[in-house]
Design a protein around this ligand. Structure first.
Ligand code: SF4
Length: 121
């Protein structure tokens, strides 16, 4: 399909990318930000969770809503790298079941952590 429909080039457009078999919105956004350095935000399970805990998103119930809010508030030039920040933070520090808040440099600005402190006081 890349050869026949796109002249042998990976498309730079999210709608065109999603026409490729196996490419959904998340993968399309990864391609846009990583290959083309476009201001796109791919939302996987880490990005979804970490953004909500810190308070970068509010009441986002779907990856699409998380994406919308992050796109609205992150400076566009930072979006491609911010995607990696959130994923790596979720993978190594802000773990799904037991976040390592004691080792986290974001404690002072994290909604989840602040709420936890109020509950335990
Ligand atoms: S303080 Fe805890 S919940 Fe907040 S971002 Fe860090 S690890 Fe995640």
């Amino acid at each position: 399909m890349l050869v026949n429909d796109f002249g042998g080039r990976v498309p730079e457009d999210i709608d065109e990318l999603q026409k490729l078999p196996g490419v959904g919105r998340k993968t399309a956004n990864v391609i846009l930000s990583v290959i083309y350095n476009q201001p796109a935000m791919a939302v996987d399970t880490h990005v979804f969770r970490v953004a909500a805990r810190i308070g970068l998103t509010t009441n986002a119930k779907t990856p699409r809503e998380t994406e919308r809010q992050l796109l609205e508030y992150f400076p566009p030039a930072l979006l491609p790298i911010a995607h990696h920040w959130l994923i790596l933070h979720g993978r190594y520090i802000c773990l799904a079941r037991s976040p390592k808040c004691g080792k986290c440099g974001l404690r002072d600005i994290c909604n989840y952590y602040q709420e936890l402190q109020h509950k335990t006081v």
